[in-house]
Design a protein around this ligand. Sequence first.
Ligand code: BGC
Length: 649
Amino acid sequence: MKQYIKADPWSIIEEGFDPSLNEISESLFSIGNGAMGQRANFEEVYSGKSLQGSYVGGIYYPDKTRVGWWKNGYPEYFAKVINATNWIGLQLTIDGEMLDLAKVKQILCFQRTLDMKLGILSRKFKVVLPNETVITVDTQRFVSMDDSELGAISYKLTSNKDINLELESYLDGDVKNRDSNYDEQFWLPVAHEASQNHLFLSTQTKKTGYDVGVAASTTLLHNNQPIAAHQFESNVFRASQNFKVTLEAGEEIEIVKKAVVISSLNHTKESIQNQSITKINKLSNTSFETLKQNHIQAWDKLWQFCDVEIGGDVKAQQGIRFNIFQLLQTYTGKDARLNIGPKGFTGEKYGGSTYWDTEAYCIPFYLSTAGSQVARNLLIYRHNQLGKAIENAQKLGFQNGAALYPMVTMNGEECHNEWEITFEEIHRNGAIAYAIYDYVRYTGDEAYLSEYGLEVLIGIARFWKERVNWSSDKEKYVILGVTGPNEYENNVNNNWYTNYVARWCLEYATKVIELVKKQNKSAWQQLKTKTSFREEEVIIWQNIIDKMYLPYDQQRQIYLQQDGFLDKELVSVDSIPKNQRPINQHWSWDRILRSCYIKQADVLQGLYFFEDHFTKEDIQKNFEFYEAMTVHESSLSPCVHVILASQIG
Ligand code: BGC
């Protein structure tokens, strides 16, 4: 791992500019407010390595699937929250030379800071231009936690010589995704406008038809006096304003750019232009400083409920705050249509889509910090998608209301297209049921079960009922051909975690049926009709519960990750040379699959979920056996391990 971030309890700090790390920094220093996000791209032109990224939550494009060998059951597309209109652009030309950190003569100093307490991204740098002029820049940027449709930039510049400065402030809708499967442009132009006071650009996603409109205003302050734009123009994908100023040596100019980003998710298409322009014009009376203070106050309120203090270890302190910051800026719980992309708004990886990460890893955080409504919204998101989960299972041949939630989704449809994960990593269904259990035990909101939860649990239980098969050899129910959480094993039989969570789902669904029957007879009657539920179903479930096969090794007294796991050469991770880590970057897939090495918690994921089902000795034995072979090549891995490690002391 590259270690170039300075340790600090509240900030992520990069000192000195290394162009080869720029795309990493652009991700690390990303900012967001649940509704939109922005990578830490430079405002000024940068011709070096960079991935431009402005994202609007819920605005996605179904990018046609690309695979080498098509398998029946693969989805047609992968839904991606896509790169949207770039609103941060400021092109600066100094005495005819464009300011571009990739082309300056020398970078005298550079610092990029993400203040996580305040939610402010800032940058300071001093550079020598090819014509020897020394330019100093000081920027601040935020996307507002106070107003989810607003982003703002303050960009201050001084020079050591008298200079002629030209500024072009622009909106650029001609943007692409680097991960586009067919190198397609995902947007169509809708409307554009430029005037002395504002810029406006709206574009529409192809296929899904979402409109996104951005209105921006730019003020150039010289000696506290605004300089008017001398030129403005717009065309289908670009709107810009041009300014000119003569700056004396040592004088400062401040450029303030504000942008309102709205979409047809929350506004009618017809109103987007008018609403965003009205709003940006209204904001002309509010200073950057005031908007910033409102934003800081909103962050401050969030931190009051979320902060975790770690004494004596600044890096650990910085690390945990970074995690909290990411969760808070990715999902605020205000909109049940949104969810948590595994990498938030930091880039294109994982497409901003929903994974089991939400239920298995994120919900506990929101439950304990954000009030029950936020976690409830995340559960309702899955309830809203139950119909699609049933369809998804039907596509794979399941019947009778069996629901298989997708591995990756935006609107409930499966987007993932690797057979060993799409069709086999079915344990995700367990996490969705577990999240309901977790929510109810934490909040005591049992009404959730009759209203929403039980319907989901029945769909999931029905899936497991159909997915198991009776082994007359073992005289047990088995689950064949799966991928557990450890994705470094594919198509295995009887993954202990999957079998365990499947059995638990059947037990929990049965229990909740009993509870709802008792507490709310009429709700149960309604649900029974809605789901065409037959009382015999629970009898069949009980039989599976009683006879589920759970691989176990008597001698070592451990649960077996899967059938045949002990046939592997069991060697601990320390025997892998350092220069071969991470193994997924150095070894062939074949070698990884045959090895004993574990990507992330698998058996231990089960011990973590169901800690009260196991003794401390049990946890300890399994931890010692499996952790030694775990390479932790998913960021979902260390967290589960440290929780268990602290449990066993
Ligand atoms: C992990 C999955 C996870 C996905 C998204 C993968 O590397 O193995 O468990 O859902 O990343 O975070």
